[in-house]
Design a protein around this ligand. Structure first.
Ligand code: SAH
Length: 396
């Protein structure tokens, strides 16, 4: 490489993760930076003795100071390089989820594209640019997506993670004409309204698609509580699979308005479901005090652990809702419980459930495991990309 390419030199003993192709290089691992790279600029990563390790995108404002994306010293990182990365990600989705209308096309580091999320909703794409490097390549990425997929529109959505990277709020149309109304998508033969402009995340929780289908097999004849329901996706699957009754419980009025529309859109009679707008922690306590019972409870809360600093608090939150849900389940009841906190490992989550079951005085058995779907692949060199885990518990 030419001497003008900026470079970060790692501290002694800090090069092993990079050699093992872990993409994150924290500020504490860096001894010095040569060439004053700007936010989002591509840098060489070198060991203390100058040995070449990887190419990374640099961000002086992030704790993750550099994100490595290329371990081939001879690769030329130009427009064609990034276009090939995008194309490869799309080809992988066509292989695992062919013809699926709503799916994640690009899952950031897991696809060798740090900070870039691209979700497909039929002819529309929703993108998030979560790092300085992704932000710097936004124009090029939009151009490549248009060439590769010919979408009707590309919409950008903001995310709190941009603030951790020192990026301003973002959002709006990047290309074409986004739908002015919520869009109808089909997932496993069920119809869902998705608001690409104002819905949570990119509009829909695509990572749960396979889990919704798997759980449907357990719903026939059951009275179901869908807690943290968002727009009622689990409820639609449950009712289609023969659940007697489903309650959607969520704090968001907008989400429940779409849940209402989704249940009608799929043709379920209104006496089979009810939407309750309330805080889950409070509502479960109320129902416990009333002696309410359910046959199946779904707990799919938002990410409680947003940093290492609040991991303890998050663990208490998970334990609390699971303990309450266990108290509300009838004998033989099922609990489908999830955590999408990357910082809460599957092992830790299982321990939290163990504590909750002990305190609830319930005998619980794991009869199923859930993970994020195949369009959110976990890169083996980057275990942090495994964030969604869940258990199906049978309560004696
Ligand atoms: N299971 C859903 C996704 C759930 S996302 C699906 O398959 O689509 C998490 C949801 O929890 C969001 O809709 C959010 O509004 C809701 N939420 C967050 N905190 C809450 C609380 N304390 N009480 C009730 N709902 C809450």
């Amino acid at each position: 490489m030419t001497s003008s390419t900026p470079a970060v030199f790692l501290k002694p003993g800090k090069d092993k993760p990079v050699r093992q192709r872990h993409p994150w290089i924290f500020s504490g691992a860096i001894a010095r930076v040569e060439g004053a790279p700007a936010a989002g600029e591509v840098v060489e990563v070198r060991a203390r003795d100058g040995r070449w390790l990887a190419r990374a995108e640099y961000n002086p404002r992030s704790q993750i100071r550099a994100r490595a994306f290329c371990w081939d010293e001879h690769a030329v990182v130009d427009e064609a390089f990034w276009r090939e990365r995008l194309q490869a990600a799309i080809v992988r989705r066509d292989a695992v989820l062919p013809g699926v209308e709503a799916r994640r096309l690009v899952f950031a580091e897991s696809d060798g594209l740090p900070g870039l999320i691209v979700d497909q909703y039929g002819h529309h794409l929703v993108a998030q640019f979560l790092t300085a490097g992704a932000e710097a390549r936004k124009g090029m990425t939009v151009r490549h997506l248009v060439e590769l997929l010919h979408p009707t529109s590309i919409i950008e959505r903001d995310d709190p993670m941009r603030r951790k990277e020192g990026l301003p709020p973002a959002g709006g149309a990047l290309y074409g004409h986004p739908p002015g109304e919520p869009l109808v998508i089909t997932e496993n033969d069920h119809k869902f309204l998705v608001d690409l402009r104002t819905g949570q995340k990119t509009g829909f929780y695509l990572d749960q698609a396979a889990n919704r289908a798997a759980l449907a097999a357990h719903c026939a004849g059951k009275e179901v509580l869908n807690a943290f329901s968002y727009t009622g996706a689990f409820a639609v699957y449950a009712l289609a699979a023969g659940a007697i009754h489903v309650i959607n419980l969520d704090a968001s009025r907008d989400a429940l308005a779409l849940a209402d529309a989704n249940l009608r859109l799929n043709g379920f009679s209104p006496d089979r479901w009810r939407n309750v707008e309330a805080d889950v922690f409070k509502q479960l306590r109320l129902w416990r005090d009333e002696g309410r019972g359910f046959d199946l409870i779904i707990l799919d809360p938002p990410k409680f652990a947003t940093s290492r600093g609040n991991l303890q608090r998050a663990a208490r939150g998970y334990k609390d809702i699971n303990w309450l849900a266990m108290r509300l389940l009838r004998p033989g009841g099922l609990l489908a419980t999830f955590s999408c906190s990357g910082l809460v490992s599957e092992d830790l989550f299982q321990k939290i459930l163990f504590g909750a079951a002990l305190d609830a005085g319930r005998d619980a058995r794991i009869i199923g495991h859930f993970h994020q779907g195949p369009d959110h692949p976990v890169l083996l060199t980057f275990p942090e990309s495994a964030y969604l885990k869940g258990f199906l518990l049978h309560l004696a």
